[in-house]
Ligand binder design. Structure first.
Ligand SMILES: Cc1ncc(COP(=O)(O)O)c(C=O)c1O
Length: 466
């Protein structure tokens, strides 16, 4: 047995069996991959398609509601929701309608349209922050939030929490290794670590120490850390300390709700009564169409005061913007998604399904007698391979088990359930049903039974069962 309560040899045997079954049920994807290798590194147009899954990448055909189909005709109930970017479901009707209507009249002008005003007003209402700007991704929204904070404070350091993920941009791609801050991936300059400080989550003393020199422009954090194996919730009172210390030290507090916006119409800020100076969003707010957004207080937004054009010499402006940012198509999609899909009822529905999922997982774990914990956060639930939910990234790392995680993924895929990558859930989409959740729970229960059974692993008895 490992520390996670399962026999690694059994995990390996099950994984081999399921991998073979997966390959057998995806012949068209496998052939496409071979063709794609001739024009793209590893046969994929973006390396995450290869690196996120341990089985060969699968080529997709189409999606509708909470399901999608691959090119081999296999259908999946989607609990990854494209790393939280398709919470609205696939091809949500109001968004499809809005896109078609907008596309027939032009998608991009490098000029604003009325939808931009509507979306900014709606986000201002939901997040109680008056001033909004748009980008094409959450990463880029975070880049701009950091720049705005630097201008507002005259400081340059960004403070992040160990285990964070805020996107693929230089100063957020640093991590603590053996207590030292290092670039997280290849291609980053070694001195990138000078711009950032990283401290443990849920540690008020470390936070006080990091802010004490008063050189931090911005603390950037998710309200609950979603990008780990197992969700890391804030300890009671941690957000109050975070808000108090950032105020006392003149530091901007920016909360990244890119993932947690699935928790409620105004994300966790609204659910938990949080009062950040800035909020960043992206992924699902335009129903699957690229968008990023950030909201800020009037005080922070005053950094843009010098940008009003007139005939005099140009004032230096804040380093923001991009040619296709706030394009008419993104804005039309966001308006449709916010007004017709991401409604109060939708959040009530997904929170109830999330709870049903958590209960089903908990029952399966208890039945199997495994020392695993189950977390729940509105639409999102899941298990961690440890007896109590992690409170820090270090504890989350102790629960990690790559082989086991990859087994869960391929096992569920072979039973028509698209499992989430660890940072994404499982999370239920707005169009998901109780049957979808029950399908996940049934497949998961079947896996735990096989994992904890005695005797040899049974051979695969059927083909790809859909
Ligand atoms: C919390 C958070 N912020 C920002 C991002 C970056 O989003 P994108 O890749 O769409 O720029 C992610 C992506 O997973 C995220 O989880």
């Amino acid at each position: 047995m490992t520390g996670h309560g399962v026999d690694p040899a059994r995990v390996r045997a099950l994984k081999d069996r399921e991998d073979a079954r997966f390959a057998a049920s995806h012949p068209t994807s496998v052939a496409m991959l071979e063709r794609a290798r001739r024009s793209m590194p590893n046969g994929v147009p973006m390396q995450w398609f290869a690196s996120s899954y341990a089985h060969p990448p699968m080529f997709v055909l189409e999606g509708a509601g909470a399901r999608f189909r691959d090119v081999d005709g296999n259908e999946y109930v989607d609990f990854n929701i494209a790393d939280m970017s398709t919470f609205c479901g696939h091809a949500p009707e109001p968004v499809v309608r809005a896109i078609a209507e907008r596309a027939s009249r032009g998608t991009q002008f490098l000029l604003p349209d009325e939808n931009a005003i509507w979306v900014a007003e709606e986000l201002a209402h939901r997040w109680r922050l008056p001033a909004w700007q748009f980008t094409l991704s959450a990463s880029q929204a975070n880049v701009e939030v950091i720049r705005v904070a630097r201008v507002a404070t005259g400081r340059s350091v960004t403070l992040l929490f160990d285990g964070k993920y805020h996107g693929h941009f230089d100063q957020a791609l640093v991590e603590l290794r053996d207590g030292r801050l290092v670039p997280e991936e290849l291609g980053l300059p070694p001195d990138v670590v000078r711009q950032t400080r990283v401290i443990p989550w849920n540690d008020p003393d470390a936070l006080a120490r990091a802010l004490e020199p008063r050189d931090v422009a911005v603390v950037l954090a998710e309200p609950a850390m979603t990008n780990n194996h197992g969700l890391i919730l804030p300890d009671p009172g941690f957000h109050e300390v975070l808000r108090r210390l950032t105020r006392e030290t003149g530091t901007v507090l920016a909360l990244d709700e890119t993932h947690t916006l699935v928790c409620g119409p105004g994300g966790l800020c609204d659910r938990w009564g949080l009062e950040p100076d800035a909020v960043s969003l992206g992924k699902s707010i335009a129903g699957g169409v690229p968008i990023g957004a950030y909201g800020m207080t009037a005080e922070l937004a005053s950094v843009f005061a010098a940008e009003q054009p007139d005939d005099r010499e140009e004032e230096p402006s804040v380093a923001t913007g991009g040619t296709l940012f706030a394009n008419a198509l993104s804005m039309a999609a966001a308006r449709a998604a916010l007004s017709e899909v991401l409604t109060a009822d939708a959040y009530t529905h997904t929170a109830a399904l999330g709870a049903r999922l958590a209960e089903g997982l908990e029952a399966a774990v208890v039945r199997a007698g495994l020392p695993w914990s189950v977390h729940r956060l509105f639409a999102r639930s899941g298990t961690a391979f440890g007896p109590v939910p992690p409170r820090s990234a270090e504890e989350a790392r102790a629960c990690e088990d790559r082989l086991l995680t990859n087994l869960v993924r391929v096992y569920l895929a072979n039973r028509g359930v698209w499992e989430a990558i660890p940072g994404a859930g499982p999370t239920v989409a707005v169009p998901a049903t109780t049957e979808d959740v029950d399908r996940y729970v049934a497949a998961y229960g079947e896996l735990l039974e096989e994992l904890t059974a005695s005797g040899a692993v049974a051979p695969a008895t059927s083909g790809p069962g859909r």
